[in-house]
Design a protein around this ligand. Structure first.
Ligand code: AMP
Ligand code: GLY
Length: 439
């Protein structure tokens, strides 16, 4: 049985910085038996977990299912959106003997809240969740006709999964019309852009509010702030995220309560009405507008890099917490975070996000981690000829905890300076959208 105090074997799916942070939190748990990982090419994961010995793909999911049976996996934790959208949770959530295996992460239908922005808009509308006015288009001519009648350029979003790049916030009408063409005609985002959402542009400060949801109960986590643009001062193209900090004091407790009651509660109720059993993380990207908080998007997983500062602060037993979420027992557990602030700075490779260069040797990770309170999470790295080299766009997540924001930030940047690889770049203003007084 999974309840009680026995050891549990855990399978962690995913291979980025978020998963390295999750693996570390899971490894701290006294409940952990063996941690199996699907992406041992990430040196951080290789150090903490045992590699699975079957192929990991949506087509051959039954083999991962057999692996879970063979290794007596008592909890599956799914990190990224793609395996969630592909229905991994639905398959791995059933044992060969017909019993239920706890999975942290929603099934295919729940994952649609992220994988299909048109569906998410419709669910938000049905649940009266505050969000920007928006319309869904499957037809190019209709989209252009509608867009052309607007007075201000509206935001254009590919409805499907586009690795965080499928949202264009145009400055001019022409840019907006071009975005519609790139998505719907030139299929720049593949099938993800065949359907688009055209949405009113919202103004305000952005915050990431994540909650654990066990199908019924909601446990809202401390708010985080992410920095999506590549360049300092929030300029340049959107990326997967260049850094994050937690807690984000740009959102006060009263607003957090509004977000819980006006966003999370009605969404979870709406999902229940649709008979969607959502067990995992529901992540609301929120714009704090003068008219109150409004939802920009939902994700159905931990944010990357928001997960890194969150896990750096987590004091509760991660296995207990994820298991309680997967088993619908969130009302029985408490979640504790340290009083500290955590800041994560992403070190990116040359050419990121357009065309990241890989294969460059990385030095100084050990030295960075010698600084008290600093952890370096591996995202796009691998080992080649005994050396750690770059293997992706977002390379490392340098994460520091400190008694206050200023200290955490200083430690993180001091650690970044100890790391080097050819073409390395990072934002030096992570956290600087905070009000000046709080810096
Ligand atoms: P999303 O992936 O939907 O969170 O969008 C990526 C980024 O685009 C968000 O983090 C916002 O900065 C921006 N964005 C999305 N929707 C809007 C909107 N309606 N108004 C202004 N900015 C938006
Ligand atoms: N950091 C934003 C995301 O994970 O979608």
């Amino acid at each position: 049985m999974t309840t009680g105090s026995g050891k549990i074997n855990v399978l962690l799916i995913g291979g980025g910085g978020r998963e390295h942070a999750l693996a570390e939190a899971i490894s701290r748990s006294p409940r952990l038996g063996t941690l199996y990982v699907t992406h041992p090419s990430n040196p951080g994961l290789a150090k903490l977990g045992t590699p699975v010995d079957v192929p990991v793909s949506a087509r051959e999911l039954y083999r991962l299912g057999q692996f879970c049976d063979r290794k007596d996996i008592g909890l599956v934790v799914i990190g990224p959106e793609a395996p969630l959208a592909e229905g991994y949770a639905d398959v791995l959530g059933k044992r060969a003997d017909g019993t239920v295996r706890p999975v942290f992460g929603p099934g295919k239908r729940g994952a649609m809240l992220e994988a299909d922005k048109a569906f998410a808009k419709q669910m938000m509308r049905a649940a009266s969740v505050p969000t920007g006015d928006g319309r869904v288009f499957k037809d190019y001519d209709r989209a252009v006709e509608y867009y052309s009648t607007r007075e201000e350029p509206m935001v254009v979003k590919a409805a499907g999964l586009a690795k965080g790049k499928g949202v264009i916030v145009p400055e001019t009408m022409q840019e907006g019309l071009d975005a519609i063409k790139r998505m719907m005609k030139q299929l720049e985002f593949g099938d993800a852009g065949k359907t688009i959402v055209v949405e009113e542009r919202l103004q305000g400060t952005e915050v990431s509010v994540l909650a654990l949801v066990d199908g019924r109960n909601i446990l809202v986590l401390p708010p985080c702030q992410d920095h999506k643009r590549l360049g300092e001062g929030d300029t340049g193209p959107n990326t997967g995220g260049m850094g994050a900090f937690c807690p984000a004091d740009t959102v006060d407790d009263a607003t957090m309560r509004v977000i819980e009651t006006e966003v999370f509660v009605p969404m979870v109720d709406a999902m229940r009405r649709e008979e969607i059993e959502f067990r995992g993380v529901l992540y609301a990207g929120i714009m704090l507008t003068p008219g109150g908080p409004k939802v920009l998007e939902f994700n159905t997983r931990f944010g990357d890099p928001e997960c890194q500062p969150l896990m750096a602060r987590l004091e509760s037993d991660a296995v207990e917490l994820f298991l309680a979420t997967a088993e619908g027992r969130l009302d029985e557990v408490d979640v504790r975070f340290s009083e500290q602030t955590a800041v994560c700075v992403v070190l990116a490779s040359q050419g990121y996000p357009a065309s990241p260069k890989t294969g460059d040797a990385i030095t100084g990770i050990d030295k960075a981690e010698q600084i008290d309170g600093v952890r370096v999470f591996h995202a796009g790295t691998k080992i080649e000829n005994g050396e750690i080299v770059t293997a992706g766009g977002r390379v490392l997540g340098v994460t520091a905890v400190g008694p206050d924001f200023a200290t955490a930030r200083q430690l993180a940047y001091r650690a970044c300076e100890r790391i080097s690889f050819r073409g390395m770049h990072y934002r030096r203003d992570i956290g600087s959208t905070k009000p000046a007084a709080a810096r």
